[in-house]
Design a protein around this ligand. Sequence first.
Ligand code: NAI
Ligand code: FMN
Length: 173
Amino acid sequence: MSVHELPLLPNVDRDAFRHAMARLGAAVNIITTDGPAGRAGFTASAVCSVTDTPPTLLVCLNRSASVWPIFRDNGYLCVNTLAAGHEGLSTLFGGKTPMEQRFAAADWHRLASGSPLLDGATVSFDCKITQVVSVGTHDILICEALALVRNDETHGLAWFDRGYHHLLRQDAR
Ligand SMILES: NC(=O)C1=CN([C@@H]2O[C@H](COP(=O)(O)OP(=O)(O)OC[C@H]3O[C@@H](n4cnc5c(N)ncnc54)[C@H](O)[C@@H]3O)[C@@H](O)[C@H]2O)C=CC1
Ligand SMILES: Cc1cc2nc3c(=O)[nH]c(=O)nc-3n(C[C@H](O)[C@H](O)[C@H](O)COP(=O)(O)O)c2cc1C
């Protein structure tokens, strides 16, 4: 069948898109920043590798989030990928909780950028924001990694079907 013969489909509305995206499992991350504009952090599943040269990730941030101007003005951030057991922390950074209360719930340290690194994250990427692209309601923050911290002892955490799932190796002995 050529592309011209495909049946016309109704437009994909917002709810249908979200229902569909709920089927797309993703890692859960806490994105943090600290600098002249202040300290902030939020939970994000919209995080993805872009290129390894230069080492680059992307993070999608809703411009209506209270943290948005702080990330824009600081220009640096840390992507902290959560481990199994971090579900409560993810919920805390998922909105509406005062910032001091979010950070008080875990231990943090700092590397080059000054952004908070989460102790016990499966991996942390300390980054500089090199480009910002606005699409619809969100800004795509293009982030170059300046430093990494890995923690190979942890199990991963995924957001799938609107809930948390622990990632355990099937071939673990
Ligand atoms: N990319 C984003 O901005 C995301 C935002 N959230 C926030 O957490 C709330 C709860 O999410 P769920 O329990 O997964 O149920 P949901 O039905 O609101 O969302 C299902 C899926 O749709 C996508 N999604 C949700 N809101 C979005 C948005 N504003 N822009 C682009 N994609 C979006 C995500 O992949 C999400 O897992 C959402 O309503 C939203 O406020 C959650 C996941 C991603
Ligand atoms: C599992 C999960 C994943 C989320 N992913 C994103 C995301 O990728 N991008 C985003 O802008 N917001 C995402 N959110 C919502 C933000 O975490 C939330 O809006 C943020 O904490 C800002 O809230 P505030 O305005 O109260 O500060 C997610 C929330 C949850 C619970």
